[in-house]
Design a protein around this ligand. Structure first.
Ligand code: ZN
Length: 353
């Protein structure tokens, strides 16, 4: 990914997951032989559970009843899945291996799915009045998140600007590890990140991010809140025999990362978000317009105002330096670098590129 988000944890929206953490911790500790609120429901969660009997209370009780009848080795599996899958940073760095829904004991799968399917979304449990009173709204969380994270573009692609706290709506929250495969982290905000619609719905979808497609081989992932990587950078470069980029099949887009040790994380990012294909398609589509901008700038500065070619070059090169705040800015910068660093650029601009 292009840059990392700053965390706004702790935030009230995390409370729902904390209540569930409490329930499962009590369950795994065999807190009491019978399901009751005194032993299994955190005090702060009680009025929510009382209010939404069918949606929450009955579903927690169903999980309890399924769990207590499991043999000890299967109880251990449920415990292990819960704790392993909650370690999202560890999964991204491959210090732990995530366990899929299908790895849960069959006798408890349906009960877990039934609870978690109801949790996510404005119109589901997270949007219910009593839950909002304890957790706030997704929009309120989004506003604080966007105020804290000042760059405009989606960090996963750099092509679309995200909405901001002043907009009526909000961007999609992506389950970085899909909730359909890892249901326990459905409302874990270490797994939920604002993302542009094209990345979330059109590119990523339900991809099982921690694994190489169609294999059981785990792969490393960038963790979207990882601010431990010093000097992280994605570099792009166009390689082409000429400046006509209309056809994406006639030129190459080179992509690498700094530090180079994160190359495998970068490769996962490229695959999950279909980066190379999207970038090449956009550059090919826009290249004529972007060439026109360079030509116009050259005409205005050099031909009309007598500015030196060197001054024009420096001015044009700096146009998209702030590319995390400009839609497609990283691609426009890459295109400008390609055109301006062509040894024939000055001659071409004095004729036609
Ligand atoms: Zn995006």
């Amino acid at each position: 990914m292009l840059y990392f988000y700053k965390s706004i944890s702790p935030h009230a929206i995390e409370n729902l997951n904390k209540y569930l953490d409490y329930f499962f911790a009590q369950l795994f500790a065999n807190a009491h032989p019978v399901y009751d609120h005194a032993h299994y429901i955190e005090a702060d969660f009680n009025n929510i559970v009382d209010e939404y009997t069918e949606q929450i209370d009955n579903k927690l009780e169903a999980i309890f009843n399924a769990y207590v009848t499991l043999p000890p080795n299967e109880k251990l599996i449920v415990h292990n899945v819960y704790h392993t899958n909650s370690n999202i940073l560890g999964i991204c760095n491959m210090t732990v291996i995530p366990i899929k829904y299908t790895g849960l004991p069959p006798a408890i799968r349906v009960q877990i799915k039934s609870l978690y399917d109801n949790l996510w979304g404005d119109n589901k449990i997270l949007g219910y009045t009593q839950v909002v009173n304890k957790c706030g709204t997704l929009k309120a969380h989004f506003n604080t998140f966007r105020e804290t994270n000042e760059y405009s573009v989606c960090p996963f692609c750099g092509m679309d600007c995200l909405l901001c706290e002043h907009d009526d709506g909000r961007d999609d929250y992506d389950h970085y590890l899909p909730k359909s495969i890892y249901p326990f982290i459905t409302v874990n905000f270490a797994n939920l990140f604002p993302m542009c619609h094209n990345c979330n719905s059109k590119s990523k979808g339900q991809i099982d991010t921690p694994f190489i497609p169609a294999t059981t081989t785990q792969r490393p992932l960038y963790y979207p809140l990882d601010n431990t990587i010093a000097d992280h950078k994605i570099n792009l470069g166009i390689q082409s025999a000429n400046t006509d980029l209309d056809n994406p099949n006639t030129w190459t887009l080179h992509i690498d990362c700094e530090p180079a040790a994160n190359n495998l994380k970068m490769e996962s990012w490229k695959q999950v978000f279909n980066i190379e294909s999207r970038y090449k398609a956009t550059i090919s589509k826009e290249s004529k317009i972007w060439k026109g901008w360079i030509l116009k700038k050259h005409t205005t500065l050099c031909k009309k105002n007598g500015v030196s070619y060197q001054a024009f070059y420096e001015d044009a090169s700096e146009t998209f330096e702030d590319y995390f705040n400009i839609d497609k800015g990283i691609l426009m910068k890459t295109f400008y670098d390609f055109i301006l660093n062509d040894p024939n650029c000055e001659n071409n601009l004095n004729g036609v590129i």
